[in-house]
Design a protein around this ligand. Structure first.
Ligand code: PBG
Length: 330
């Protein structure tokens, strides 16, 4: 009888570690903190504007005068950082409204830094919201994006953001050599403290759909496949990351997050000392919201499961449209 019992396989080796929430918390390998979250904001030129973004419930295009409530909320929730996207008053072929020192992003940076000096302000650096054709740079006659002329313009845009007092610049246009061009320009002008968060690994993804409504930056012809990465490639992500680190990126980003957890994992393992962000993009957010609205998913549980999954994969911080909702509950 005793022999029989002893020969039985152990039945609850792992389950006894899961019996109560207290022990589950005590031994959990990963936690999500408010300090991991970055909130995207869409700032629109004009006055008195609070346009709801239909595919992203709870998010708005805000004019600067409407920002006060949002900033108060961010402070109350102790969200440590925001990333800014600008919707300018007008667009043209070269995206010239991105190059004014009184443009929408520099004005927003000044206002936010004045109200909340400790809030880390990240500016997305790209041209797709400013060009009439919606591509991420200026075009050659044949419609292809002119990489090197765009590098020059990106550097000008970066200097304007830096002069306004931005903490971190996040170039998202996937131009070759962008980190080197921007770092050189910033250093030359004495902005050594401005940090570069490179969207090093950004895939040509259909999950950006709702964002293009929010930022009004959808390409008017073609797509972004000649500059953003092919979702079929993983090894190439390491090449992108290495180039950006060599060019002077302080931090790296993988985008989107949910379908690219393997990429987050690889980048973290290959560049363990480089801070890594992941962008849970608009389509990832919209899918969860839509399913929850139908009653098909538990929104809060799915939100936390996705955010924790992204951290577990290796992200140090997460840019997410859930930042306020998650911060409220953490
Ligand atoms: C601009 C930019 C995009 C996003 C962030 N920066 C759009 C794009 O590349 O098409 C997408 C973010 C999101 O979907 O939430 N280049």
């Amino acid at each position: 009888m005793v022999d029989l019992i002893l020969n039985k396989p152990p039945v609850s080796r792992l389950r006894r570690l899961r019996r109560h929430q207290t022990i589950r918390s005590l031994i959990s390998e990963h936690q999500l903190h408010v300090t991991d979250l970055v909130l995207p904001l869409f700032i629109r030129a004009g006055k008195n504007i609070k346009n709801p973004i239909l595919s992203m419930p709870g998010h708005f295009q805000l004019s600067l005068d409407q920002l006060d409530n949002e900033l108060a909320e961010i402070q109350r929730l102790k969200i440590p950082a925001v990333i800014l996207f600008g919707i300018p008053a007008y667009k043209d072929e070269t995206g010239s409204s991105a190059l004014f020192s009184e443009g929408i992003i520099p004005e927003a940076v000044r206002k936010i830094k004045q109200c909340l000096p400790d809030l880390m302000v990240i500016s997305d650096l790209c041209f797709c919201e400013y060009t009439s054709h919606g591509h991420c740079g200026v075009l050659h006659e044949n419609g292809d994006v002119d990489n090197d002329r765009t590098l020059y313009l990106l550097t000008q845009q970066a200097l304007i953001h830096a002069a306004a007092g931005v903490d971190v610049i996040a170039p998202s246009g996937m131009m070759d050599g962008m980190v080197n061009a921007i770092r050189t320009g910033l250093d030359h002008a004495g902005y050594h403290q401005v940090t570069l968060l490179s969207y090093a690994v950004k895939y040509a993804s259909a999950f950006y759909g709702p964002f293009r409504e929010a930022a009004e930056g959808a390409p008017k012809f073609g797509d972004r496949k000649t500059y953003q990465m092919d979702p079929a490639n993983a090894q190439q992500a390491l090449r992108e990351a290495k180039l950006d680190v060599d060019e002077g990126a302080d931090m790296l980003m993988v985008k989107p997050a949910q379908n690219y957890l393997d990429i987050i994992y690889r980048i973290k393992n290959n560049f363990p000392g480089v801070p890594l962000g992941a962008y849970q993009v608009s389509g990832e957010f919209a899918m969860i919201k839509a399913a929850a609205e139908k009653g098909w998913l538990d929104e809060e549980k799915v939100m936390f499961e996705t955010l924790l999954g992204i951290k577990r994969a290796g992200a140090d911080f997460i840019i997410t449209y859930f930042a306020k909702q998650a911060a409220e509950l953490l």
